[in-house]
Design a protein around this ligand. Structure first.
Ligand code: PLP
Length: 379
């Protein structure tokens, strides 16, 4: 059986989420119908909305359900443009759900660099805000993720939020990897918008949400019925939303996070002991407890992923695109990593299903493949 260590790509469904999905699927009812069955479907949607809102310290009415993190990011960015932003500035390490979406907005799109430690460069932000003030620039829409999907490095998103807000600009956060893996306080972030996704927390795929600050509006991209207070038309994915809520309710407990961090740290120590020359990205940074991103120069990411797959382990290069091809890690390149490092990155992401035995078996397999395969490549 495969040992699954790719929770940042998608997490196995949690039992609580599975039960909620099945229960909701077994009940007929359109949440917009006024009769009893409709009202019970509505109650499921609203219970999930309240639970997720509470988890991220916001009001239930500030959440708009979407088809996932990608749609939520697109909706937030487009809302920023509708609110008057004439330029967008996105961090260099954004997921394409933000990066590509920002480039398609039809306004100038600039890159906000990151430092070698993988965090957004705050000096650059301050300089850019100062320039905008001097030049009297109209609101800029800034986008920064809360935690990076490859390295797990948690961004200074609250600090950035204070500066961006004080200067009167707009701010979108991609919190897809943060939800359920570390605390995310939407109110404290000062963002206008934040994107969430169910399947990264152990809920079903194809459902997410956009948190919208009460003073911000959303320009609906899906036009039709008046669902989601006119912000996203279409009959709600009741079962998906119910599962999303249940997953959020079950995820992120202190005990779970401590257990996962213990496993990740033990794995890191084993790999470093057997292969001291590897680089661990974000090692000294505040990073997600479940993520371990390493580079093993001379052993290309794609070959590592395939070799480990053949040994029964599912891990990721961190930079796989939707076609499944593995490319050089753009995140590591943005951090100034050498080509050799960017081409040999591997992301191991743990989660609620991960056991000590998984970690032990993975460490043994990785070290033995490393010894067998790496010397063939020029370092
Ligand atoms: N943002 C980040 C940081 C992600 O890691 C992902 C998924 O890989 C997304 C957005 C997209 O979310 P979804 O798969 O729900 O569309």
């Amino acid at each position: 059986m495969t040992v699954y260590l790719d929770h940042n790509a998608t997490a196995p469904i949690r039992p609580e989420a599975r039960a909620s999905v099945i229960e909701a699927l077994d009940c007929v009812g359109n949440p917009s119908s006024v009769h009893g069955t409709g009202r019970s479907a509505r109650a499921r949607v609203e219970a999930a909305r309240s639970l997720i809102a509470k988890k991220i310290c916001t009001r239930a009415e500030d959440l708009v359900f979407t088809s996932g993190g990608t749609e939520a990011n697109n909706l937030g960015l487009k809302a920023g443009i509708a609110a008057g932003a004439t330029r967008v500035i996105v961090s260099a390490i954004e997921h394409e759900a933000v990066g590509a979406a920002a480039r398609a907005l039809g306004v100038p799109c600039d890159v906000w660099p990151v430092t070698a430690d993988g965090t957004a460069d705050m000096q650059c932000l301050q300089d850019r805000l100062q320039r905008a003030e001097q030049e009297g620039e109209t609101p800029i829409l800034f986008a920064l993720m809360a935690a990076n999907n490859e390295t797990g490095v948690i961004q200074p998103y609250e600090q950035a939020g204070r500066l961006i807000r004080e200067a009167g600009h707009l701010y979108h956060i991609d919190a897809v990897q943060m939800l359920g893996k570390a605390g995310f306080d939407f109110a404290g972030s000062m963002a206008h918008f934040a994107a969430l996704s169910s399947h990264k927390v152990g809920g079903p795929q194809g459902v997410g949400a956009l948190a919208v600050a009460c003073e911000a509006g959303v320009a609906a991209q899906m036009i039709g019925g008046g669902q989601e207070k006119g912000r996203r038309a279409g009959t709600e994915n009741v079962a998906g939303i119910a599962g999303f809520g249940a997953a959020v309710g079950a995820a992120g407990g202190e005990e779970e996070l401590i257990r996962i961090k213990g496993l990740r740290d033990a794995l890191q120590a084993r790999l470093q002991a057997g292969a001291p020359e590897i680089t661990i990205w974000g090692e000294r940074e505040n990073r997600l407890d479940n993520t371990l991103c390493l580079s093993a120069p001379g052993w290309p990411s794609e070959i590592q992923v395939i070799a480990l797959d053949l040994n029964g382990f599912a891990v990721s290069a961190g930079s796989a695109c939707s076609s499944g091809k593995v490319r050089k890690s753009k995140v590591l390149e943005a951090m100034g990593a050498s080509s050799a490092d960017a081409e040999s990155a591997l992301r191991i992401s743990l989660g609620w299903t991960t056991t000590e035995d998984d970690i032990e078996a993975f460490a043994n397999a990785w070290l033995s493949e490393y010894t067998r395969l790496r010397p063939r490549a020029a370092v």
